[in-house]
Design a protein around this ligand. Sequence first.
Ligand code: PLP
Length: 455
Amino acid sequence: MDAREMALRQAYGHAVRWLASLSDRRVPARASVEEIVRELGAELPDGPSKAADVVDLLATACEPGLTAFPSGRFYGFVVGGTEPAALAADWLVSAWDQNCVMRAVSPAYAAAEEIAGAWLLDLLGLPSDSAVGFTTGATMANFTCLAAGRDAVLRRSGWNVAHDGLVGGPAVRVIAGEDRHMAIDLALRYLGLGKPELVKADGQGRIEPGALRHALAAGGQGPTIVILQAGDIHSGAFDPFAEAIGAAREADAWVHVDGAFGLWAAVSPMYAHLMAGCSYADSWATDAHKTLNVPYDCGLAIVRDPFAIRAAMGLQGDYLIQDEQGDPIDKVPELSRRGRAFTVWAALRSLGRSGVADLVEGLCRHASAFATGIAAIDGATVLNDVVFTQVCAEFGDDERTERVIARLLDDGTAWISGSTWHGRRVMRISVSNWSTTDDDVTRALDAIRRAHRSA
Ligand SMILES: *Cc1c(COP(=O)(O)O)cnc(C)c1O
């Protein structure tokens, strides 16, 4: 066996033991950073070591410092797990080590991207000739879409930002709901657009169309971008797309939707109504590493007008063998070579159309079980008015809610984050892992009840 094969066999053994440990292990990490540094050894060795031994050391030393993110009882943030076909495909991606930027050099990747992109547009109910770029996550997907939007609205005002930059050009107005995700502010900052103008949202985070219409009318006719949201990180609520997009269209604005996890509602007949009208936007950002459960990092930047994304992101270089149809690299901001579409293809091919819908409906069903279970606890209040995949709850006052969350983390059965929502401390449950079972939810609810009693 050569060194690579021995190292891979070593990695395989550790990987399957890690996966097998997930059903019963505590979710939080057991060891601190300092302990792991000690185990790994801070000294750089003078000479080489066997690859298989290095893999063994890495896996053994790190194991106590790993959080069980792929556990069915991890409900912090919105992280997703890794669907089996996508996990195995990701190993192949590493072994293949393709530079995936150009069709001419990586036909296999271009083919997988073409197919996966078309399947995604179909499943998400978006216009079939939109461009789909594979980014590191929803932050960069939002960035990519908003770059396409920024350049397009400036182009309509007679300004070529690719050539002349932003300085001296017309000011771009960017309008968003007050409960947008912070990734939007980050993307706008990278784009030199500053902070968005905020429009009032309701108690669940849905933008108020009347307030949006008013803001648009008050600002005159300059280049404008409106940012909407599919899936509020606290309530799971969706903006009223039909009305909001109608208002934005009248003002000739570019409409972008941040649907990092919520865009996937479209795949389920039970939840698609939440997305009504959303397909009339100009661009959509979502994650594959959240709801679709492919490994990190993988986001999707979808733009209705393929020219707009290529104008903003396309690479022109004399030394590149460019393809007339555009290359994978022309739709993303970085020279991203990771081959993300291979894992997306594998997840979609493995799940099939009904499997993707079942995945989303399963997450929502578990979230509903949390909402029902928590509402039955004396002194606890569920704050969402509808349940998608997110549940927010409070347990009396801020201090008591904080204590319940802290006790729950000590308990270790489940991992659930605290958050601040509209000024108060809340427990925020995000269900995003394909592998979560009814039993996981039962055990997590028991842990919440224990934490509540002891707090
Ligand atoms: C997670 C999330 C983001 C950021 O996505 P990353 O993949 O972490 O970059 C943006 N918007 C919403 C609504 C999210 O849930």
